[in-house]
Design a protein. Sequence first.
Lengths: 409, 409
Amino acid sequence: MSEFFTVRTPAEAHGLLHQHFAATVRTEHIATADALDRVLAQTITSPQDLPNFVRSTVDGYAVNAADTYGASPGLPAWLTVVGEVPMGQSSTIELHIGDAALVHTGGMLPLGATAVVMVENTQMVDAQSIEVLKPVAAGENLVQIGEDVRTGEPVLAPGRAIRPQDIGALLALGITEITVAQPPRVAILSTGDEVVPPAQAPQPGQVRDINSYTLAALTRRAGGEPILGGIAPDDRAALDEMARQALAQADMLVLSAGSSVSYRDMSVEIIDGLGQPGVLVHGVSVRPGKPTIVAVCNGKPVFGLPGNPVSAMVIFDLLVAPTIQQMLGALTAPQKQVQARLARNVASAAGREDYVQVRLEQRENELWAVPVFGKSNLIYTLVHAQGCIKIPLDAGGIYENEWVTVFLY
Amino acid sequence: MSEFFTVRTPAEAHGLLHQHFAATVRTEHIATADALDRVLAQTITSPQDLPNFVRSTVDGYAVNAADTYGASPGLPAWLTVVGEVPMGQSSTIELHIGDAALVHTGGMLPLGATAVVMVENTQMVDAQSIEVLKPVAAGENLVQIGEDVRTGEPVLAPGRAIRPQDIGALLALGITEITVAQPPRVAILSTGDEVVPPAQAPQPGQVRDINSYTLAALTRRAGGEPILGGIAPDDRAALDEMARQALAQADMLVLSAGSSVSYRDMSVEIIDGLGQPGVLVHGVSVRPGKPTIVAVCNGKPVFGLPGNPVSAMVIFDLLVAPTIQQMLGALTAPQKQVQARLARNVASAAGREDYVQVRLEQRENELWAVPVFGKSNLIYTLVHAQGCIKIPLDAGGIYENEWVTVFLY
């Protein structure tokens, strides 16, 4: 740790972190049906053609397309109905010139059939014959072998968060088990002599632990497994011991640091002592969230978040969540967002990223983002917010009525 | 059931459903710390002021603001330091005129203090006295009692999906248990002689069950508890019996109906026979998804979804998910979406809502929505899509380059 730290931009903080920390993805094997929102850790290629037989997409008659050419209501094509293809079975029927077979949507085409005539475009003459009123081209009203996916085709890549339709698509190929990333274990430690567990009635001067539980829920959302390390007192030896223990049993440590300057100085020294190379960043140009510590200690990321709940959440989203995603090997998904018009001027300072909490208001046909102003030590600022807007590093603010992107919570 | 059904718009289908089905929310009591993404089923009012003591927001000296008026570097105010407020304790110190007490960020102000001077704006003279270089106004650098939330103030309303920050905010007030909605049980039944379980190797003419598992995952996402009812054969008595059993053990039934016309006719009759008033809608003006059945049977919603996976998912999102949300008493959250430019013309027919699957492509600084064309019976259409766009009932299509809203999966 160098003696003096300069405040870093978020991009510089990311850069330093990536320079000293290379995530390795730990994997496990699970049932595909249980894989919702898990991150795939293998390449899936299709073991088969899907479908693996030619299927009708309509109710009608399987025919040789050529037998229908030129057919019209005035001059229909007469075909002999030689049977019906039962659903879920291959047919023993083989069509010869002038033959047709009744087939249902999703049913298998019999040998010799090249298209399906929709039942609406036929007229039954008697039990053994139909009139076709409209021609079909070869390949019409059917799904070809491998049209959905072909044998050997890569279908899902590592890093994908599994969605409902992906589960269906894997099971359609008979892939009932997959390799996914194990959730990284994130130890969370709250600190401060004034902090008591939520179930305890605080005495004057004490406050309940908010951050442990908010950070645990944020960790779950990001795909990690939170491990609550408890509340460390304002005591160097005790905090050092609890931080070591928490880090030992986890893949990452998040400290919700005490808020006073002397306390922050102590945190940075303790974090720096947890392993090599130690503290990389002390202070980021973000409001709220400036007094942030980023470290890598013997191959594990360690974050010292500001104690204020709003700052802690902003920095979690900015630095911790992306690190969890990296440890999952997750590809970046498009962030959940809406466009809205800003309901009032918001000032910022150039050289600093500002994150402003907003609630959304539908006014006639437009969505408006209304800033929720409140000190960053007020948790209800976050409760009243539905998302936040970002004022970039080089901007001096955003004017009322401008369109902004709201990142939704 | 009237003999003839006319195709309904989605709005009409919602209207008919709401007319015959009034959801009652079943509740349960759970630990607040475990409540992420659950839907609150009570009104939370604050049992206390937060904070319940005056807290400093900086490191500095608690003072009587009047003692600092007019102070400047040239003419500082001299104050006597009478002690330090320890973190997490109420102080026995009482400030008199000309007194100051050392206080840390988050610490409790001593009696008689009306503001805090930041340590940066003071100079230590000796162990007992400081110079104040800048005046503070009363109330400066502190959080008042109840500034975050006041006793009796309503803080969270029923219907809210609990977010990480809400967990923190509840625990800050000592609310360690809350009443939330129980997930509605959604029975899911796949049908068709051609459908086999995913672990089974399909014979020619057979396909694996996709929809049960996709619909189960979609149900979980919407907040419901899926109950897989298995695969019913194309047999009226068997399907009827399985549908009755599935509905009996659940709050809602979702049938992934067979795709052939005769099969759909059978489904509609069986659903109609499950209870009063029976089938309300048979056919909606949506593509894909037209052959949809909506029913209420003895107070439980029943949906017959098209067998094609794309259609089934579109209709689930449009009709089933909102019904699950209603049974949770959930308020509508802003839908997750992005704005993008459409990469090619998409045609539609007036009088029909079209849902077009798209993938997203970043081209320079703009996000583009590229339609993923594919028959609605191809599951990989959904796998390649990152979301969908909606072409409204009265539109004939959307032109290339127009901005569209992409609803993200």
